[in-house]
Ligand binder design. Structure first.
Ligand code: HPA
Length: 250
């Protein structure tokens, strides 16, 4: 199968890959699946990160969903991590919807909460624009996460949280001291993805929406990858409903 023109690219994070196949989204109609390898996208090996692109139509919009992503902690470079964004842009996508699983820094957040990303702090030490040949690599990052799409999401789900996502390199989870530091610098949630994709998309002029599924309190003694993916799967239906409204508004 070939990718045609697309309107919206969607990235599905840890434990979230199956939401399109779950039947939870009546307005979604799948057109086909393409393995990342066929698209010359880098492939991750970790369980819970599938690695295929799913093409389809959603509220009359042509959507390409990336089920799984690669991360800096797997040794991938920023250009590799953001190749999916470049691919979507090259096929005409003007919107990028990002999802991830994240740990809560904000003490009011609970596992299973959805947090609209209002802003981010890039602590990965990586940047897709390093060495960029863009005429203007000094990309403006104010309102990088579309206020318009965040408002649409709040109208769909009144209980959704909103806050700042800190993107770290990983792969280890945070120490208690790092958790205190992240709280001090204004983060509400922490994860190991998303920020580089947002930078690449904003550099390409795309409108970005991001949502974190809170899977655990940060620096809790019992956090594990298994727990993170299990919580993500449980909350997938609520995330699907939120995305359904955002796609309709996008
Ligand atoms: N820290 C970093 N990344 C994460 C976490 C966390 O606690 N939970 C899910 N992704």
């Amino acid at each position: 199968m070939k990718i045609g023109d697309i309107d919206i690219a969607l990235v599905l994070g840890s434990g979230l890959s199956e939401i399109l196949a779950s039947g939870a989204i009546p307005a979604w109609s799948e057109g086909g699946r393409i393995p990342f390898s066929e698209l010359k996208l880098p492939v991750a090996k970790l369980a819970g990160h599938a690695g295929e692109a799913v093409a389809g139509e959603w509220h009359g919009k042509r959507v390409l969903a990336f089920a799984g992503r690669v991360h800096g902690y797997q040794g991938f470079s920023a250009p590799e991590i953001t190749r999916s964004v470049a691919l979507a842009r090259a096929h005409g996508a003007s919107k990028l919807l990002l999802t991830n699983a994240a740990g809560a820094i904000n003490e009011q957040f609970r596992a299973g909460d959805l947090m609209l990303i209002s802003d981010h702090i890039n602590l990965t030490g990586l940047n897709p624009l390093l060495g960029s040949e863009l005429a203007d690599p000094f990309v403006n990052m104010t309102d990088a996460y579309s206020p318009r799409l965040r408002e649409a999401a709040r109208n769909i789900d009144a209980n959704v949280r909103e806050g700042v996502y800190a993107g770290l390199l990983g792969p280890n989870y945070e120490t208690a001291a790092e958790a205190r530091y992240l709280r001090t610098i204004g983060a509400d949630a922490v994860g190991m993805s998303t920020v580089l994709e947002t930078i690449a998309a904003r550099a390409a002029g795309m409108e970005v929406f991001g949502v974190s599924l809170i899977t655990n309190a940060v620096a809790a003694a019992d956090t594990s990858h298994a727990e993170v993916t299990a919580i993500a799967k449980q909350a997938a239906a609520r995330l699907a409903a939120l995305l359904d409204g955002v796609v309709a508004a996008a």
